[in-house]
Ligand binder design. Sequence first.
Ligand code: SF4
Length: 615
Amino acid sequence: MSVYAGKFLRIDLTHRTWQEEAIPERDVQQWLLGSGYAAHLFYEEMTPERPALDPDASLYIFNGLLVGTFAPTASRTSFCGRSPLTGIWNEANVGHHWGAELRFAGYDGLVITGASQTPVYLYINGIDGHIEFRDASHLWGKNWFEAGDALLAETDAKAQVAGIGVAGENLVKIAAIAVGPSHYVRTAARGGMGAILGSKKLKAIVVRGKNRPDYPDRKAFLTTVKIENKAIKENSAGMSQLGTAGGFLATEQYGDLPLKNWRLGSWAKASELTGAVVYENYLVRHTHCFSCPIGCGKEIEVREGPYPSPRGEGIEYETMAGFFGNVLNENMEAGILANTLCNDLGLDTISTSSTIAFALEAFEKGLITEADTGGMALSFGDPDAVLTLIRQIASRKGIGNLLAEGSRAAAHQLGHGAEDFAMHAKGMEIAYHDPRGFVSMAVNYATANRGGCHLEALSYWNGYGLILPDLGYGDVRPRLESSPAQAKMAYDFQNYMSVYNPLGLCKFIVKGKVGPEGAVRILNAAMGWDWQPDDLLRMGDKLFQLKRLINNRFGVTSRDDTLPKRFLAEPRPDGSAAGNLPDLAMMLPVYYELREWDENGFPKPERLRALGLST
Ligand code: SF4
């Protein structure tokens, strides 16, 4: 193979057949790979009327272009298609080593359609060239830790595994796809893609390969990688040491941390629940995704006490925010166990914790009662209720059956004003960075293609001090002040972040100060291309607009580009963002003008033509 494999597999689970399809180089230049190429195929092949869990719905799994190379963090794979949670475009992205192994097996991606009658797993064995549909009856009903480990035992200990726990089997709309064995699980978490595997009776995909990339100029590429890795490492010492959990306390101090379903402004307890405390007490070892110089992953273990957690991937910032701050849980080990349960059951920790916080508030307001919960009282600050709800969501038992649909659907069913405190955008629970503390994020959440997703912009990083001169951000901008400049910041960061999943690189290298110039240096050195930073940003814009076109076909219009009422009308009562609200009504038209969207939220034909897109 060259840098990438140049082909993908189309797999039909109904008929248990597969065929290879070539990826022409001109397509790679046009869409990159990863979620870029997946969006291109999806746009060509989509049937808007087809529900996400229809047997004929397709799941597009694609490695980013550089996955499997030595490029820093070249490990990211996107699981794409129609989200069972939101009903619109989704790309759930994950690092780990699975994507690299898939490429070593000879494929850049998989398009999976149809549904098996009985549980099955795929074994893509690039060592001896076999692709097998294997019976998974003995694994159905098992959680991921047990299933993933069993798959390695019955295939190849050096293989890589991805699959679902019982949440995906039960078609829970916030189910994740887990990657890796029990002691080292990462998840393609957002948007409920685990339910798509469940609907197809596909328990897992096991991959094993032997190929390696071949570079146009290997020596020059390795020299570039060495230089970039050194700078990234120097700029990422905190991430290497504590992972994203290291930022937990700062988020409380910046008025960013969600508290009590986003109703409080500060929380003294945060200083006792920091990443440093987690890792001082429970760290087993640091973990790295494929080719990652940072290693933000942390394997941890809680050996004793009422909430023991087996050796496994540690709690990260978003999960801490959800299972500490947003439900006001002060018990660290219970929060760690919540993370462990989600990884094992196969649940998205952001959507699960946010939907639980919604349920706690609904109970407080009398919209959910003990008659609904089987006699269990729900209250903020009660970790046992949270742990019970996690299990009930995954199994769809009791009130869990309602919450398994996500907060938007649950609120719709409860009515009586519940919609006002279901904290989602376009059906996806908002990630844990407050748009009242970083107003550019209000514009991002309102316009992001998969809904309440922080990763589509990450522009709050500027407010925390990240400067990227080559993106036009050589200084830190006022983060609380709604302005046209904050709308532009959301736009600029979205365009830049939009190329990361297609390249297969981790956005955390941006925290290591890799701007468009650095990203293009890495890309050109790997591929022998001659792209400029503007080419990369133009590609980001193009792919963002393509996903908007997909969403327009699903019925998304300007009416959907909004935020939960709480973010627009209820300021944080205290803390450093106290009293602040984003002026979305002022910033959104600025953003629309930058994107050249009409008043209904459709990209204008002239912009599409300029980008080489068509409706
Ligand atoms: S920074 Fe963390 S998430 Fe990103 S590739 Fe490295 S280990 Fe994986």
